[in-house]
Design a protein around this ligand. Sequence first.
Ligand code: HEM
Length: 526
Amino acid sequence: MGPLSPASIILLLSLLFLSFLLCIWKRTKDPIVYSPTFKPYPLAGHLPRYLPNRNRVADWLTEVLAAAPTNTVVLRIPGDVPGVLTANPANVEYILRTNFDNYPKGGRFSDIVHDFLGIGIFNADGETWRVQRKTASFEFNTRSLRSFVVQCVNQEIQTRLILLLERVSTNGQVIDLQDVFERFAFDNVCKVSFGLDPNYLNPESTDGLAQHNNGENSRTSFSEAFRNAANLSAGRFWYAIPRFWKIKKFFNVGSERRLSESIATVHNFADQVIRSRKKEKQTSQNHDLLSRFVASSGNYSDKFLRDIVISFLLAGRETTSSALSWFFWILSSRPDVEAKILDEIHAVRAKNRGTEKCGYDFEELKEMHYLHAALTESMRLYPPVPVNSAQALKDDVLPDGTQIKNNWFISYNAYAMGRMEANWGKDCREYRPERWIHADGTFQQESPYKFTTFHAGPMMCLGKENGVHSDEVHSGIHFGPFCDGDRRKKEMSPKGYVAHAPHEGRLAGSCEGKKLLEVFPSHLCV
Ligand code: HEM
């Protein structure tokens, strides 16, 4: 092609000038209304405000939202669509329930996690989501699944966790508590979702699932591959140049190469389990979720079943371990709360069956109102899923008057919501389990649009009861057998245990917002 003629250059420049004018006209005709407390810079948007705070995003956003008149701001980062951030319960109820259909997860989120999650429930909208939600919520409400969860968690505690803690205690070892919780949660969620046991909590075992995997690639275990796939998928949200990961993926280099290898390991393994479960369909008495989906009338493809199971594994793994890590971190500095929990556990146990047995059932846990309040209060301040996002289908106006445009994202910030004076009063930053206790001593619920730790509306967490149940059984077991007068008391008290764990540095890092935002891909959309 030869050089451009003067006429073509003039035409090109005129076109550029016209599109510039069009842009200006659109902006003046329909300007974006920013919060007076959070104005963007010309061209650079909010980037200059974000950059110095990028290592403390959770706390920075909390300050930004607390300063805004309705705890809601519009965010503009160059190269990304604009979005609304909110910590206002009326807005949250509006997007999660009242006008739910206008706020699907949307392509901005699903594009990033699709390789790993496919169209599993976490990454699904519309009919694909509805089908999975219907079957899963039916199953989660069955007594048999609930008992199966209790059985799995109790077994993990009795046969692995206690042994591990005893060994650590006897050897005077230091352990990473957060890592123990992650392994504990992964074992449980694999058993409940897949009906298989990775034995991840037992550090001496090679990975139970890798052995199951016909010996193939036993070096890269399923559990490790799952962990890598989850972390590397989440990492895609953090590129300074949005979507740069696509170029790396195209050339199959660096983190994208590791991600595709990890995903392949996870998928291969899941495919094998699904095939064998389908073969067993007629004869099996399995209680796990995969078997229930296979046995249901849905006639789902292997790929669909794989996506479903992977979403469930992800849902239960990091959330539960994050909740437990924060809970024990808080308790390590609150002997008053610890003492009250112990008193309650002793009272319930003494009333029901004496002190010698380990483990608790659903009915006993229901009586532990203070334990429930102590855990809930810790999840109010440190929600395992700190941010959650959706994408608007049409222009809309939120209850507080904030305008949102078609295709914009909207994020509610559960971490900030737990720290808003407007939501929780002047002592909002204090850890005070009593705020959840009714005058008659029973646990009192709060609106899920204000306490958003488990999401709310039609997409509310399906594992809420099971997740919390597992946390409570778990905490109970720490406080119970190790402190109620049997021989183990002298060897390890919960306080000593928590204080010995080298998790302070790791969790202290979390307080700065990093770990919090790494927890779960769907919360990384800010
Ligand atoms: C402390 C523990 C837990 C917390 C804080 C928690 C929190 C959440 C949150 C915030 C969501 C919404 C996520 C989104 O839409 O992006 C969610 C969804 C979900 N959770 Fe949980 N979760 C916990 C434990 C569990 C467990 C143990 C399971 C089951 C094994 C589970 C299963 C699910 C499922 C299936 C969804 C998707 C619901 C839907 O899209 O309809 N969760 N959870």
